[in-house]
Design a protein around this ligand. Structure first.
Ligand SMILES: [Cu+2]
Length: 321
């Protein structure tokens, strides 16, 4: 069984192997047919493109957890099969680093980090959240200047949040190259991802409450939303966020929390589902069941939801340390 471990406990050699594999994805060609998604310039971008295309059916609803579980697994599998990576998907334990992201092994900007902060730029402050409330900005905001991904180009998006109401813009596939930006915020990371917040999440007893606590609503971002906003511009793009390499470690942690929560009570939690497969549990799709089909476009095969509810069944064979 594969064991997924926290970034901070990986050796520097293991971190380097993961970083090399991500670079391999960035330097590998897209699998889209020519012209299909002009903005997807490489294999790394393929994941952001699929995420953008599916955003309005895979968030704040009944397939959020299961869709992203498989999304991370497809990514991990691609690193291994296409890029020679011998390890497994690492994750970011929010509570361990929330009060000082900038000196964490994830974001300290060293050669074994996922790159550090952006240069100071408060032009998009304060941060608007869904209902018009605002959050204070962090200490960066501009282009990432240190670490392995300081030269990363974000090719897709940005796509603003109101497109969850109006639908994807017609030009969502367009190529829009720009620097990769970060804005590390210890305030947001702590408010939504400290141990107290994780305890609240783990103390929920129904899948409805777990889902709502994980992703919150409006100013209550939950640990999931908080992790996005704590990293700034690339990660708080609701559609195009997989263009920050930290996305996959963040969603590794989302999946870990769901895994731990499910494992508390096999009978009542393993196959527990709530909501539809439309954003905000909209009623344009039916309530999710074990046979609800989910898809990842060019990234992988269609799966039924039943296949996604245990990390130890069907295609999955992994655990969290
Ligand atoms: Cu997502």
């Amino acid at each position: 069984m594969a064991v997924r471990r926290e970034w901070g406990v990986l050796s520097t050699t293991e971190r380097g192997a993961y970083i090399d594999a991500v670079h391999c994805m960035i330097n590998s060609p897209s699998h889209f047919a020519p012209g299909e998604v002009p903005g997807a310039r490489n294999r790394f971008d393929d994941f952001a493109a699929i995420h953008i295309n599916k955003t309005n059916s895979i968030h704040l609803d009944g397939i959020f957890l299961s869709w992203h579980r498989n999304f991370v697994w497809i990514w991990e599998t691609a690193l291994r099969e296409e890029c020679g990576y011998a390890g497994y998907q690492p994750y970011w334990n929010w509570a361990l680093w929330c009060d000082d992201l900038g000196s964490s092994p994830l974001f300290d900007g060293s050669s074994t980090s996922l790159s550090g902060n952006g240069s100071p730029d408060n032009s998009s402050c304060p941060i608007q959240v869904a209902n018009g409330e605002t959050l204070p900005c962090g200490t960066g905001g501009g282009c990432v200047t240190s670490g392995p991904f300081k030269n990363l180009t974000n090719n897709l998006g940005p796509i603003s949040f109101p497109h969850v109401y109006s639908g994807l813009p017609a030009n969502w596939t367009a190529h829009n190259p720009r620097c990769f930006k970060r804005d590390l915020s210890n305030y947001i990371a702590t408010r939504y991802g400290n141990q107290t917040a994780l305890d609240v999440l783990m103390n929920t007893t129904t899948i409805e409450d777990f889902q709502n606590t994980m992703s919150g609503a409006d100013i209550n971002l939950g640990p999931h939303g908080g992790g996005h906003f704590a990293l700034g511009p690339a990660m708080d793009d609701f559609f195009a966020s997989p263009q920050d390499p930290a996305f996959f470690l963040h969603h590794g942690m989302v999946d870990r929390m769901w895994t731990l929560w499910q494992d508390v009570d096999e009978r009542s939690r393993r196959y527990s589902l709530q909501g539809t497969s439309t954003i905000f549990n909209g009623n344009s799709t039916p309530n999710v069941t074990l046979s609800t089909k989910q898809d990842w476009g060019i990234l992988g095969r269609v799966k039924e939801t039943e296949e996604l509810l245990s990390p130890r069944e069907y295609d999955f064979c992994y655990t969290y340390e």
